[in-house]
Design a protein around this ligand. Structure first.
Ligand SMILES: [Zn+2]
Length: 304
């Protein structure tokens, strides 16, 4: 004899069973939704390391974070990086702007110059309100408005050999965009001694160059390639020989790009290579360079 469900349970009991089933199904649905959202948040490993960034930071750096090569992990590396920029002039302007916008957490800048009218043709961080104002403080004012999440450390003085090592030890990467050979030599010597990577850029009239030195013990240093000061007139600085206004923007942007790659550890860098840009003929050339066995700096400080 067939017995139906309604014959063995009262209507109140049936209602109770139905209610229990409905609650069970509801809880199961909630669990599934929660699991789905957990999976969605935890899939990329870099999301975990970027978890400590605020919503605003994640939004600000979202175009970096969505790049496969950078992601949240690379953005965290940028956030933790400490970079020193030598020179707040034509090259320093794009380097400082792009690294600040990119979220490099701590940026030191050393320069003893004041903003002058002739700087405004190419040094795009400054405007007429900054005239006669120390460049490093003008940088700080400007960058604070660009990205309040990073720290700018201004050093209003010229880099000296006595101070270089003490200053450089506080930073992971040194970027040299100064306009004179002596400062480049000082920066190189301190970087070799401390084994710090050095991104060096230079511009003159229509031509500019960029390289990354000291990445490894076997890499060339700046003095391997440029052991002596160029003869007078061969490489005039901007004040002596003039410079096309957009050139520092191009070379400085390459320097900033190399810095972002160096910090995040992606791509091919300019170690043992010299990138030369000829703006007059719109030509980029990359040449191989190597450690000079007779380099006085490497011989003393890189002996095995
Ligand atoms: Zn060398």
């Amino acid at each position: 004899m067939d017995v139906t469900f309604s014959q063995i349970i009262s209507p109140q009991g049936a209602f109770l069973v139905g209610l229990i089933c409905a609650i069970f199904l509801y809880i199961r649905m909630l669990r599934r939704m929660s699991a789905k959202s957990r999976i969605k948040l935890a899939t990329p490993t870099e999301e975990i390391s970027s978890a400590r960034m605020s919503e605003t930071e994640l939004d600000r750096y979202s175009r970096h974070i969505m790049l496969r090569e950078i992601g949240g992990q690379g953005q965290s590396k940028l956030r933790n990086a400490k970079v020193l920029v030598i020179g707040a002039g034509g090259l320093g302007s794009p380097v400082l702007s792009y690294l600040s916008a990119a979220g490099v957490g701590t940026i030191g800048v050393i320069d003893d110059d004041l903003v002058s009218l002739s700087n405004l043709q190419r040094q795009v961080l400054f405007d007429e309100d900054h005239l006669d104002y120390p460049k490093v403080f003008a940088v700080k004012d400007k960058i604070k408005k660009l990205n309040p999440f990073i720290e700018i450390l201004p050093f209003n003085r010229r880099l000296t050999e006595a101070e270089a090592e003490v200053l450089f030890i506080e930073f992971d990467l040194i970027i040299d965009g100064c306009d004179n050979f002596l400062t480049r030599q000082i920066a190189n010597l301190a970087c070799v001694k401390l084994k710090k990577p050095l991104i060096s850029g230079a511009i003159s009239q229509w031509e500019g160059q960029v390289s990354l030195f000291n990445e490894t013990k076997k890499s060339a240093c700046y003095s391997c390639i440029f052991p002596v000061q160029p003869a007078d007139g061969l490489a005039p600085n901007c004040a002596e020989g003039g410079v096309m206004g957009a050139l520092p923007g191009i070379i400085g942007s390459v320097m900033a790009s190399e810095a972002i790659k160096n910090i995040t550890g992606v791509g091919e860098n300019l170690n043992d290579k010299l990138l030369i840009f000829d703006a007059l003929n719109s030509e980029f050339n990359k040449i191989n360079v190597s450690k000079n066995p007779n380099c006085e700096i490497c011989k003393v400080h890189h002996e095995t």
